[in-house]
Write a protein of this length. Structure first.
Length: 272
């Protein structure tokens, strides 16, 4: 067993982890649990689990894309009426790793002054893909800020975008990514290369979450009604690694059910 260590985390992060430990670890991810070594991927899962997981992905994404076409059209009209710019927002993300985990983790831990030169080599180990979303921010929102996580009160979010985000409707185009096999319905959320570099430098265990396909929803997303910020990456990592360690088809079904419950609660909150 490989016990994850957080010695390289900052003192402030350590204090926050200590405070969170007073609550349930399942809810706040106050500590990282141990996890078996050796790569975990869909190809090395039991055949029935891999088959069921991919089958569910193809069935739900295929049916969803067809049935949601009218909703997609309505959302597209609202976005165009709400602000200038394209309907869809695309972005490069890093998906499931395709090579040995140890070599990949070492290459991701490059210093800031090396990243530009090593970019091609680093990205060759995590599958780069283009993610699709409905645009929820003003056009070219990061032109002046650079890569940054959004916050609940981010002024760059449009009025229509705020509604779409509240019900996670902006994520629906990712059904296409699921259908193509770049993502799964359930898994750790995919991150941009900028943040993978950043977090891998600080947290060696961060790249363990790349052992499985990223998902539209995941354990981290259903464990809280609030968006997880960059400062709460410890909590998100704990939940992501817990999912990777305990990956089972039944777990995916439970997370999907909990996702609907979370969305229902959000809908009630908006209407109330």
């Amino acid at each position: 067993m490989n016990v994850f260590k957080l010695n390289n985390l900052s003192a402030s992060r350590g204090r926050r982890m200590e405070e969170n430990s007073r609550s349930s670890p399942e809810e706040n991810g106050s500590a990282l649990h141990s996890m078996e070594t050796g790569p975990i991927s869909v190809s090395t899962l039991p055949l029935n689990t891999a088959f069921l997981k991919r089958g569910l992905d193809v069935a739900v994404s295929g049916i969803g894309l067809v049935c949601l076409l009218p909703a997609f059209a309505a959302i597209a009209v609202l976005i165009k009426l709400g602000s200038p710019g394209p309907v869809f927002y695309t972005q490069m993300r890093i998906g499931q790793e395709r090579r040995g985990g140890r070599r990949r983790r070492e290459e991701l831990r490059v210093r800031a002054d090396q990243r530009k030169g090593d970019r091609r080599n680093v990205l060759s180990h995590g599958r780069l893909f283009r993610i699709y979303k409905f645009r929820t921010m003003i056009y070219n929102a990061e032109d002046f800020t650079g890569p940054t996580w959004s916050t609940p009160q981010d002024p760059r979010i449009t009025r229509v975008g705020r509604f779409l985000r509240a019900l996670r409707l902006d994520e629906l185009p990712q059904l296409w990514n699921v259908f193509r096999g770049e993502m799964s319905l359930v898994g750790p959320r995919p991150e941009r290369p900028h943040f993978v570099y950043k977090f891998a430098d600080k947290i060696p265990e961060y790249t363990e979450r790349l052992r499985v396909k990223p998902g539209i929803t995941g354990l981290a997303q259903v464990s809280t009604l609030d968006e997880i910020t960059e400062e709460e990456i410890d909590r998100k990592l704990f939940l992501d690694l817990r999912y990777v360690r305990d990956l089972r088809f039944v777990s995916d079904l439970k997370i999907l059910l909990r996702t609907f419950v979370v969305l229902l609660r959000k809908g009630v909150h908006l209407n109330g």
